[in-house]
Design a protein. Structure first.
Length: 318
């Protein structure tokens, strides 16, 4: 089995306005630019009030245009053909932002996929990130509602394919990082030649020393007085963690951001499983280190010497 993950944007709504009949009705409703509405725009309520009617218009448009009706459908169906994925053994996981126009697009796309034989389609709603103030809260919501499901399916034996064509850049990057940690395949509908390209998807992990730091801060209570934090982590490392948005200042203390804690808690069983590494050089010398910082330091000393690294403990996905 495999699962395809895709964000849902509003390209369907934008494309549908090119249909004269739909355009006329939208003009009457005052929804000519319905694909660009902000979450708090009062016109969103017009979509709610006329949802059934608009759903019917959009379903008719999608049935006429097929996969060309939206960026999501075009990229998904091209991927299904490229990877030879049949409806019978393919799950599709769509997620849309918490806004009536995005929700409507998601429901229409889900219905069309089901009509095309893809019966196992999940549609999730995530918090819309529309300001710096709610950016990290939005990432946490994305983790809870999307990434945790990917982890669950990965552990159940699913292959994971992530469509990075639609969606906002910030959220897509966050999803992509999680996908690479789950050994997923990332693909993109390239606009230059209108076909799917498989993006380089090397498996990645968080450096062990960062996992250890996050775990130690977590054990100290999430919000740690600066004087205490500097006993756990050097001041220059704390500054670097701020630049990486792993931690933040909070009233003279250091707060571990929820997204970083969730990443470590969900992807790694704990620091007890990180026993260290053995560096073995071509001349047979063995060097044992206990963390990522020591590993980096010892490797820098080897210069041009050839070596291999053997883990003494394995970080496992839950």
């Amino acid at each position: 089995m495999r699962v395809h993950l895709s964000a849902v944007g509003t390209s369907l709504l934008r494309n549908a306005t090119k249909d004269p009949k739909i355009e006329d009705r939208l003009t009457t409703l005052g929804l000519k630019e319905w694909d660009r509405l902000s979450l708090d725009d009062k016109k969103q309520m017009k979509i709610v009030e006329h949802k059934n009617e608009l759903f019917g218009y959009l379903m008719g448009f999608v049935k006429e245009k097929g996969e060309d009706a939206s960026a999501e459908l075009s990229s998904l169906f091209k991927a299904f053909r490229k990877f030879n994925h049949s409806p019978e053994d393919t799950k599709i996981f769509l997620y849309h932002t918490k806004s009536p126009n995005s929700q409507l697009a998601g429901e229409v796309i889900k219905s069309y996929l089901i009509e095309r034989g893809y019966k196992d389609v999940v549609l999730a709603e995530v918090t819309k990130i529309d300001s710096e103030a709610n950016f990290y809260d939005g990432l946490v919501d994305l983790f809870d509602k999307v990434i945790t499901k990917l982890i669950e399916w990965k552990n159940s034996g699913y292959e994971i394919f992530i469509n990075v064509t639609p969606g906002f850049k910030g959220e897509t990057i966050f999803i992509s990082i999680a996908g690479l940690m789950l050994e997923s395949t990332l693909y993109y509908l390239h606009e230059s030649f209108n076909d799917i390209v498989i993006l380089p998807s090397p498996p990645i992990t968080i450096k062990p020393n960062y996992v250890k730091i996050i775990k130690r801060l977590e054990e100290a209570g999430y919000v740690v007085p600066l004087s205490t934090a500097e006993k756990i982590v050097p001041a220059d490392v704390i500054q670097h963690l701020k630049e990486l948005a792993v931690v933040e200042d909070e009233g003279g203390a250091i707060k571990l951001r929820d997204w970083s804690r969730k990443f470590v808690d969900n992807f790694y069983k704990g620091t007890s499983s990180i026993k260290g590494y053995k560096i073995i050089t071509d001349d047979g010398k063995e060097i044992v280190v206990t963390n990522g910082e020591e590993l980096d330091r010892e490797l820098s000393k080897l210069g041009d010497k050839k070596y291999r690294i053997e883990p003494l403990g394995i970080i496992k996905v839950r």
